[in-house]
Design a protein around this ligand. Structure first.
Ligand SMILES: Cc1cc2nc3c(=O)[nH]c(=O)nc-3n(C[C@H](O)[C@H](O)[C@H](O)COP(=O)(O)O)c2cc1C
Ligand code: SF4
Length: 488
């Protein structure tokens, strides 16, 4: 089902780059309608969180420079990172849960327009996520967090106060302790407390279907006010909406169980967004073609969801894979579990060490199946494919063979944001090619400012605009890819 990392390394295949005339006649550099808009090319930078907003989630110079740098490469579409729709503290993750975030976001949009000479459409990915706490020490968990129940007393075969029961549990060897705890309690102890959509005993989780459509609509309205061309509802990976779509959603309130129930909340969120922003803002989504976990959704679930979402009015569907909490690596004490550390995480961002097929275009069969299902159901909306897309030929083949309508490249664009433009101008030999070893993802895991190992220690060139290279908070890395020094 999922694949682990192996010692073997898939080599980066050599690439043949087009000259300018071939690029001009290619599918990749041809236009495409996306809802009410037209993308100049079929090139797409998917959302990537770089952890560069202020600790209050506000846009500042660092993040404006960051997206400006991606805009230099003039992709058809640039999707700005997963952005929290609630007004709650979330560290340096971008936020849009209040009007005060609009002004900064508007500056970011203006920078993208300027740096791309108006050639790049800029979308904002909207995300909701549930509480995840750091893994506690055994003592903290048993003395402070565990709710003592009759099950614990019966298991210990002793009565006494809660404090006495806690001390008795603390004295047990680990395996005996785990045998007395529920599955959920063991997870909270070993991985840290984490809420799921099935926790309907918690009023705020029971209430998600009433709260979320309005929150997504408010966020979309603010995104439109800030000047974004579109919003991408994040229905993928480890987050709230993907969990509603998942067969692991066991809610019995009409928002879980069968497919109709599981699709209901994302569709209601879409309707609320549409009702608020009308037809002039493009509205699409990112889904999982395969959750890549035990009991998770597979491609047939994804195809069914895609068809319902298209019928509900989505302007595009971007297809990703995996990235779940359920199989994530155990975090160290004091750290929080991270959804890209297990086998499903590797499926989401495959490296050159992945077992089975190499990472290059590895997830295209999922996009292809979703696209076929959409077409068979009469939906013409574009599908975005991503995962290891790193050469002209790979992109061209994916488009001409019907795997996808737009080609997403995240890490290759991080390694070289100018790569699209270099390709289009016939200067592909200048491209700095991603090594797919996930140094960037390691930084993301630590919520450190994301950079690429191919350029972050190279201080020889100034920042775009001529200033001294801006450095990461630890002072060791440059924050922006060096400018492209053209020879022609
Ligand atoms: C540093 C980093 C941050 C990411 N953040 C997001 C995100 O905010 N939203 C999202 O849907 N995917 C996110 N992804 C996944 C990428 O969009 C993409 O699907 C994945 O990296 C596979 O594509 P690639 O092989 O072209 O990198 C992130 C990936 C990386 C490397
Ligand atoms: S750090 Fe590695 S995997 Fe990430 S973009 Fe750079 S070369 Fe690619």
């Amino acid at each position: 089902m999922t694949s682990a990392s192996t010692g073997a390394v898939h080599p980066i295949p050599p690439a043949r780059w087009p000259d300018a005339a071939e690029a001009a006649g290619s599918a990749l550099f041809s236009p495409l309608s996306i809802g009410p808009l037209e993308s100049r090319t079929r090139t797409w930078v998917p959302a990537m969180v770089p952890w560069r907003c202020s600790s209050e989630g506000l846009v500042g110079a660092d993040i404006i420079d960051w997206y400006g740098r991606f805009a230099d490469g003039r992709p058809g579409v640039l999707v700005v990172e997963a952005t929290g729709i609630r007004d709650v503290p979330s560290g340096p993750l971008m936020r849009i849960g209040h009007e005060r975030f609009e002004a900064g976001l508007a500056e970011l949009v203006a920078e993208v327009r300027k740096r791309s000479a108006g050639e790049t459409l800029v979308f904002l990915q909207l995300i909701d996520f549930l509480a995840v706490k750091r893994r506690p020490t055994r003592e903290d968990y048993l003395r402070r967090f565990l709710t003592i129940t009759d099950r614990h007393r019966e298991g210990l075969e002793q009565g006494g106060t809660d404090e006495e029961v806690r001390e008795a549990l603390l004295a047990l060897p680990h395996e005996e302790l785990c045998a007395l705890l529920t599955e959920r309690e063991v997870r909270d102890l070993e991985m840290g407390y984490r809420e799921t959509v099935n926790d309907t005993h918690l009023p705020h989780i029971a209430d998600l279907p009433r709260r979320l459509p309005g929150l997504f609509a408010d966020a979309a309205q603010r995104a439109r006010a800030a000047g974004f061309d579109g919003v991408e509802l994040h229905l993928a990976h480890a987050y709230t909406m993907a969990s509603f779509l998942s067969p692991r959603n066991r809610r019995t309130d009409g928002y879980g169980g069968d497919r109709q129930g599981r699709h209901r909340l994302p569709l209601e969120a879409l309707s609320a967004v549409r009702a608020r922003v009308g037809g002039d803002l493009a509205v699409g989504c990112r889904i999982l073609g395969d959750e890549a976990i035990e009991g998770g959704g597979r491609i047939d679930d994804a195809c069914a969801a895609a068809c319902d979402l298209a019928a509900g009015g989505m302007d595009w569907i971007s297809v990703s894979k995996g990235g779940k909490f359920e199989d994530a690596r155990q975090p160290r004490v004091g750290e929080a579990v991270y959804p890209y550390t297990g086998p499903s995480g590797l499926e989401c961002m495959p490296t050159v060490r992945v077992s089975g097929p190499p990472p290059f275009g590895r997830n295209l069969p999922l996009a292809r199946a979703v696209r076929r299902a959409l077409r068979a159901a009469g939906h013409a909306i574009p599908v975005v494919g991503a995962g290891g897309m790193n050469s002209f030929e790979l992109c061209e083949r994916a488009l001409s063979e019907g795997d996808c309508d737009l080609v997403g490249a995240a890490r290759q664009s991080l390694a070289d944001p100018d790569w699209w433009r270099k390709m289009e101008l016939g200067l592909g030999t200048d491209i700095r090619r991603c090594a797919y070893t996930n140094y960037c993802e390691g930084l993301d895991q630590k919520h450190a400012q994301v950079t690429c190992r191919l350029w972050d220690r190279d201080f020889s060139a100034p920042d775009p605009g001529g200033g001294k290279p801006a450095r990461s908070s630890d002072g060791k890395r440059r924050l922006l890819p060096p400018p492209w020094e053209r020879d022609d």
